[in-house]
Design a protein around this ligand. Structure first.
Ligand code: IVH
Length: 677
C-alpha cells in the first residue's frame, strides 16, 4: 500500500467511524454492529501504526467515545475513564498475559512473577461514574470522551440499584464506576409497551439503557427500569487500610451496598482465564442481561499502577470479545405477520444459516420504514445478527453483491389476517390493521384490559386470556362480562373454585371506574396517566366520545396525536358497539363529576402556578381556577394562557417571559376568576 492509498483509506475509515459514533452516541440509532465498528477501528489503528505520518489529533483513534452533548452540564472526570484493548481469541489472551508478565517481571526484577487475574463479565450497557461524599450520592456522570462526560445525576438517582446512601462504614469520599444496563426481561417489556403506544422499538437493551440515562426528564429514565453493576473503585479517600486488589475492591463495593456481578472469578493462570471466557461465551444466553465479552483485569492494584496505560487502553486489562453473532444470508422473501397490537410485522425468509450455534431461517425486518431506509430488497444478500434471546435481525444489504434481479418490497394495504384496511400514519414507522376485532389482536387486548394497570381482574392472566380467545369464548373485551360458569367449565384445568373466583373478580371489576376502563380499551397513546386525566376532565365516556379534537387538546398533556387517536377510536362503529355492551353488562363508565366545567369566565384557559402566592395555597388557587372553568397545568408551554407567579417564582416565570406569556399575580387571578371577595 502506498502512502497515498493509505491516506485515502484512512480518510474513508475516519469518516465512517465518526459517523458511526455520531449515530451511536448522539442519535442513539447505531448504523452498524459492534463487530463492524471494531473492525473499522482496528483497521484504522493498524494503518495509523504503519503510517505514523498520517496520524492526526482529530482521528477517532485519539479518543475513547463521543463528545458530551450540550444537553447536560459537563461532568469532568477527575481520573480519565479509560477504554479497553480487545482480544478475540485464546492466542491473543496468551499474548496479553505474556506482555503483562514481561512488564511486571522487569519492574520487579523477576523472571516469572505469579500474576492473578480477575475475570468479570463484560456487561453490555454504558459506563458511568458515581461520586459519594460522606456516604451520600453527590454526582454521577457518563463517560463522554473519557475526560468530560455528562452530568446525569438526576437520572441516575432513579435507578434502584444505585444506592443513594452507602452502607456503613462509608468512606469520606469514593468514586465508583460501573455499568448501567437494562435486563433482557425489562427490555422486552419496554419494547412491548412502546409498540403498543406506537413508538419504534429499541434495537437492543444497550441503546435503551443509554437513551434512558440521557433523558431530559428523570421520570422517563425511571420508566425504563434500568439496573446497575459496580465494577471499579476509581478513587477512595479514607484512613482505612488500602484495598490492595481488584477482588477486594469488588467485595468492598458489595459491602457498601452495590450490586456486583455474581459471576466474577479469580484466576491464577491464563488457562483459567481462557476457560472462563469460553465458558461464558457458551452460556451467555442463560443470563437475563446482555454481555458482549469478558473483562480480564490484573488483580494487584499496585501492579496495575506500574503497568499503566498506552493512549486509550490500560495495559493491565483487556476485553475478550465474544464472536459476533452475525452472518450473511440470502433474503428469499418477506412475509407479514400481524402482531397482537395490530402492527403489521414484516419478517425475512432467509436461506437457512447457522449463527452462534442455531440455524436461522427467519429474521425481523421491524417495519416498512426500516426496510426502505436500509434499502433492503427481496433477493439481496443480507447481513443478519442474532443477539441473545432477541429475534434475529436483518442489519442491511450487501449492495456489492446485487445482480439487478432484486425486488423492492411493498407493504400490503389490507390486513393479511382479517382483510381490513391498513393504516400507516404519516411520520410513523408501523403500519397497523384498523380492525380492533381482528383475531390477531384480540388476545393482547383482552389480556391488557384485565391487567393490573387497567381493570385489574385477579386471576385473569396471560394464560387464561389465551385460552378463552382460543376457545372462542372471548372475541373482544366486552365478552369478558358475558362469561359464566357454563362457559368456564370448558377451560382446561379450570376447577369450580377457580371459576367462581374468576367470575367474582370480573364482577368486582365493573365498578373500577372510567379511568381504568379507558386504560383497558387500549386506545393508542392513552396509557394510565392520560386515561386518568381524560376521565377526570370529561366525567363520562359519553362526554369523551363526543369531544372533538380541539376540546380534547385542552386537557393537560393531550397533543394533536393523542386527540386524533381518541377521536378515531370513538369514530369506529365497532368500538362504540363494544362500549354499549360494556355498559349493558353494568360496567361503570363514569368517573364522578367532571372536573371540567363548560361555563365560567376561565373556560378554555390554561394556567401555570409558580412560587408562593400571598394568601392562596396551591390547592386553593387550583380550585379557584377550576371552579371558574379553567385548568391548571404543571409546565409552561405555548398552550399556556397565564402564569400566576408568587414569591420566589423560578424558571417557570423565566420561561413564560421567554415565550411571551402573560404573567399575573394573585390579585389579577382573583379578578379574572370573578372572585371579588
Ligand atoms: S473495566 C480500564 N469492567 O466495557 C477499565 N468495563 O471498554 C475499563 N464494561 O464501556 C472498564 N463490564 O463500561 C470494566 N466488568 C467490567 C465491564 C466493563 C462492561 C464496559 C465499560 C466500557 C467497556 C470497556
Amino acid at each position: 500500500m502506498t502512502t497515498s492509498e493509505a491516506r485515502t483509506r484512512i480518510d474513508d475509515l475516519r469518516a465512517q467511524i465518526d459517523d458511526a459514533n455520531y449515530r451511536y452516541y448522539v442519535l442513539d440509532d447505531p448504523a452498524m454492529t459492534d463487530a463492524e465498528f471494531d473492525a473499522l477501528l482496528r483497521e484504522l489503528i493498524e494503518l495509523e501504526t504503519r503510517f505514523p505520518q498520517l496520524r492526526a489529533p482529530d482521528s477517532p483513534t485519539q479518543r475513547v467515545g463521543a463528545p458530551a452533548s450540550e444537553r447536560f452540564a459537563p461532568y469532568e472526570h477527575m481520573r480519565q475513564m479509560l477504554s479497553l484493548s480487545n482480544t478475540f481469541n485464546a492466542d491473543e489472551l496468551r499474548a496479553f498475559d505474556e506482555r503483562v508478565h514481561k512488564l511486571a517481571g522487569s519492574a520487579a526484577g523477576e523472571d516469572a512473577p505469579a500474576i492473578t487475574y480477575v475475570c468479570e463479565l463484560k456487561i453490555d450497557g454504558l459506563a458511568i461514574a458515581l461520586d459519594y461524599r460522606d456516604g451520600m450520592l453527590e454526582r454521577g456522570g457518563t463517560r463522554g470522551d473519557g475526560r468530560v462526560g455528562e452530568d446525569v445525576t438526576a437520572n441516575l438517582r432513579t435507578i434502584p440499584t444505585i444506592p443513594l446512601r452507602l452502607r456503613e462504614p462509608a468512606p469520606s469520599f469514593i468514586e465508583v464506576r460501573g455499568e448501567v444496563y437494562l435486563r433482557k426481561s425489562d427490555f422486552e417489556r419496554l419494547n412491548a409497551t412502546r409498540e403498543r403506544a406506537g413508538q419504534p422499538a429499541f434495537a437492543n437493551p444497550r441503546n435503551a439503557a443509554s437513551g434512558g440515562v440521557r433523558q431530559l426528564d428523570p421520570r422517563l429514565t425511571a420508566e425504563r427500569k434500568l439496573s446497575f453493576f459496580a465494577y471499579a473503585i476509581a478513587q477512595l479517600e479514607e484512613r482505612a487500610p488500602k484495598i490492595g486488589t481488584q477482588w477486594n475492591a469488588l467485595e468492598r463495593l458489595r459491602a457498601l451496598g452495590f450490586h456486583v456481578n455474581e459471576n466474577i472469578r479469580r484466576a491464577a493462570t491464563i488457562d483459567e482465564v481462557i476457560a472462563y471466557c469460553e465458558q461464558w461465551e457458551a452460556r451467555r444466553d442463560e443470563l437475563d442481561y446482555e454481555i458482549d465479552g469478558v473483562v480480564v483485569k490484573v488483580d494487584d492494584l499496585a501492579l496495575q499502577e506500574i503497568l499503566g496505560a498506552v493512549a486509550r487502553d490500560p495495559r493491565w486489562a483487556t476485553a475478550f470479545k465474544f464472536k459476533p453473532r452475525e452472518a450473511r444470508s440470502k433474503l428469499l422473501d418477506i412475509t407479514i405477520t400481524v402482531g397482537r397490537t395490530g402492527t403489521l410485522n414484516p419478517s425475512a425468509v432467509l436461506d437457512p444459516v447457522p449463527i452462534g450455534g442455531v440455524t436461522v431461517r427467519n429474521a425481523t425486518l421491524h417495519n416498512a420504514e426500516y426496510i426502505a431506509s436500509n434499502d433492503i430488497r427481496i433477493g439481496d444478500t443480507v447481513l443478519v445478527t442474532r443477539a441473545g434471546d432477541v429475534i434475529p435481525r436483518v442489519v442491511g444489504p450487501i449492495v456489492a453483491e446485487r445482480t439487478g434481479q432484486e425486488r423492492v418490497f411493498v407493504m400490503p394495504d389490507r390486513c393479511p389476517v382479517c382483510g381490513a384496511a391498513v393504516d400507516h400514519p404519516a411520520g410513523e414507522a408501523m403500519s397497523r390493521c384498523t380492525n380492533a376485532a381482528c383475531p390477531a389482536q384480540v388476545v393482547e387486548r383482552v389480556r391488557h384490559f384485565a391487567s393490573r394497570g387497567a381493570m385489574d381482574i385477579e386471576g385473569f392472566g396471560d394464560v387464561l386470556a389465551e385460552q378463552l380467545t382460543q376457545l372462542g369464548l372471548v372475541r373482544d373485551i366486552a365478552d369478558i362480562y358475558a362469561l359464566d360458569n357454563a362457559k368456564l367449565v370448558n377451560v382446561p384445568r379450570m376447577g369450580e373454585r377457580s371459576a367462581a373466583n374468576v367470575l367474582a373478580a370480573i364482577e368486582n371489576s365493573k365498578g373500577r371506574g372510567l379511568a381504568r376502563v379507558l386504560t383497558g380499551l387500549g386506545i393508542r397513546f392513552v396509557g394510565e396517566q392520560t386515561a386518568a386525566i381524560l376521565a377526570a376532565d370529561f366525567g363520562s365516556i359519553d362526554a369523551l366520545a363526543q369531544a372533538g379534537d380541539a376540546e380534547l387538546q385542552r386537557s393537560e398533556g393531550i397533543g394533536p396525536e393523542v386527540a386524533a387517536s381518541v377521536v378515531l377510536f370513538f369514530a369506529q362503529e365497532a368500538n362504540r358497539a363494544m362500549i354499549e355492551r360494556l355498559r349493558a353488562s353494568g360496567v361503570s363508565l363514569l368517573s364522578g363529576a367532571p372536573r371540567r366545567r363548560s361555563d365560567g369566565p376561565l373556560v378554555g384557559k390554561i394556567f401555570v402556578l409558580t412560587g408562593t402566592l400571598p394568601t392562596l395555597t396551591r390547592d386553593e388557587a387550583t380550585a379557584l381556577i377550576e371552579g371558574a372553568g379553567g385548568r391548571v397545568s404543571g409546565s409552561v408551554s405555548k398552550k399556556t394562557d397565564y402564569v400566576v407567579a408568587g414569591d420566589a417564582a423560578g424558571s417557570k416565570r423565566a420561561k413564560a417571559e421567554q415565550l411571551g406569556i402573560t404573567v399575573i399575580d394573585e390579585d389579577a387571578l382573583r379578578h379574572l376568576a370573578g372572585d371579588h371577595a
